[in-house]
Design a protein around this ligand. Sequence first.
Ligand SMILES: [Fe+2]
Ligand SMILES: [Fe+2]
Length: 177
Amino acid sequence: MATKKSDGDLKPRSATGLLKKDHKKVSALFSKWEESEDDTERATLMQQAILELKVHTALEEELFYPEVRKALEEDAELLDEAEEEHHVAKVLIEEIEEIGLEGDGAHAKFQVLAENVRHHIKEEEGEMFPKIEDEDFNAELVDQLMERKQALMSEVGEEMGMPLPSEGDAARPLGRA
Ligand SMILES: [Fe+2]
Ligand SMILES: [Fe+2]
């Protein structure tokens, strides 16, 4: 049997590998949003990024951060700060959803969200992930994360009224359900 179909289907070898893949995907959506001048496309990109962020933050909070917290007992502040950054992202997302993707001020809030998330990704990849690269749980957690991610994608996608994007597909435009 073939072991891979495309790069997008390669199974990450570690929890941090899987999370970094998510980071790349959402960063690409932010960049596309910044470059786009088409309102419909921008709204679609916002919706996709918000779905990715909701799923990613839930994954980290449910499965990943608790393990990191155990492994890095002396770095509790690092985890506190990361959770606080998730909180800020969630508040912004709630406000954007309340206004509506094309409502007044939604774009300013989304820009701030993008900046907040980019900063957060930098800290995770620059400070947190290197500290746990050698921890056993980092390799063990990946299957659990993948499984939970799939469930969350359909759960949250449904809540948001979005069709489920196909796996490993970063850029397929989504129509409304
Ligand atoms: Fe992350
Ligand atoms: Fe995070």
